[in-house]
Design a protein around this ligand. Structure first.
Ligand code: UDP
Length: 330
């Protein structure tokens, strides 16, 4: 029988997709979530939900022991780049300090494997077209720095204690469960595809294009959008790899290795609804690099990862389907 995994932030966007992937694959799953940005209804009824904070060490350690947890998938955190520029200490608290306490609880209770949601934002403004794992990490916003600090902690902890880790550096995650079981539900979203599908359904007036004078083909920001279900699948493969070789840790980009501009994304949303979203030119947003595209050859060589949804129209279609289903619920 397969081990039991603790998923922090399992009531949130990416975490809830990982919970489904683990459960579908026959793993035991326990979720811990403080429900600040997550939703209890996003967690399947047969998955235990511990409502609490990842830095509440008595609670976390009791959970780890009671469920005999082998591995932690750590999604809980704050993810909005402009907010991190406004309120850096929130990011160093939620993402760095609290994760430090979570890692300590993991070490104390003998958790063997740790899978961490890192980010392409750790690279800052790369001077290469496609970012490799050995491209220098020079974050240009506190969000990226708060995640990079956690990568450093994991590297040092894995060297000192019997725990290995995989940090997946996500590029731009979007879309929703193809079966419509979960999706991106947090209100007040700032991420492009979420904002655009909200606009397409009349939940907001339109979309602001933050910067039209970047050094990119059409002047708008270019990102490597990856379907959340392919990302969840990568987490399962990471778990299997960590179990198979406890002496080895991994730091891997998770993207498709191609980019789309803001205009290309908005065109895809317009195509999906046959109804153009209103676009407004706006100044650049603080902390935004021009382009961020992965070189994904390392993850492809390390895991048997076969992306099944590497298609912008499909990502948009699934995001739109979830947004419709969500209605006014969140
Ligand atoms: N963006 C935009 N309008 C929006 C939200 C985002 O023009 O309402 C742009 C943003 O400047 C960047 C890209 O879309 O070039 C992706 O931004 P997002 O916030 O989705 O993710 P990030 O790359 O900042 O993590």
């Amino acid at each position: 029988t397969k081990p039991t995994i603790l998923v922090t932030g399992g009531a949130g966007y990416i975490g809830s997709h990982a919970v489904l992937a683990l459960r579908d694959a026959g793993y035991g799953v326990v979720v811990i979530d403080n429900l600040v940005t997550g939703f209890d209804w996003a967690v399947p009824a047969d998955v235990p939900l511990v409502r609490g904070d990842i830095a509440d060490q008595p609670l976390v350690e009791a959970t780890l022991r009671d469920h005999d947890i082998t591995a932690i998938m750590h999604f809980a955190g704050s993810v909005v780049v402009p907010e991190s520029v406004e309120n850096p200490l929130k990011y160093y608290h939620n993402n760095s300090a609290k994760t430090r306490d979570l890692i300590e609880s993991a070490v104390r209770t003998g958790v063997k494997h740790f899978i961490f949601s890192s980010t392409a934002a750790t690279y800052g403004t790369p001077d290469v077209e496609k970012v490799r794992e050995d491209t220098p990490q020079r974050p240009i916003n506190p969000y990226g720095m708060s995640k990079l600090m956690t990568e450093y902690m994991l590297r040092d902890v894995a060297a000192a204690h019997p725990m290995n880790f995989c940090a997946l550096r996500y590029f731009n995650v979007a879309g929703a469960d193809p079966q419509g079981r979960t999706g991106q539900s947090t209100a007040g979203a700032t991420h492009l595809i979420k904002v655009a599908v909200e606009a397409a359904l009349g939940k907001r007036a339109g979309v602001s294009i933050f910067g039209t004078d970047f050094a990119t083909p059409d002047g708008t920001g270019v990102r490597d959008y990856i379907h959340v279900t392919d990302l969840a699948a990568a987490h399962l493969l990471a778990l299997e790899a960590l179990i198979a070789d406890p002496a080895r840790s991994h730091l891997l980009n998770c993207g498709y290795g191609r980019g789309f501009s803001v205009l290309e994304v908005l065109d895809a949303v317009d195509r999906a609804t046959n109804n153009p979203v209103q676009r407004t030119m706006a100044p650049r947003r603080a902390g935004d690099p021009a382009a961020l595209i992965s070189d994904n050859s390392a993850i492809l060589a390390t895991f048997p990862w076969q992306p099944a949804h590497a298609d912008l129209d499909q990502i948009v279609a699934h995001a739109l389907a979830w947004e419709r289903k969500l209605g006014d619920r969140a």
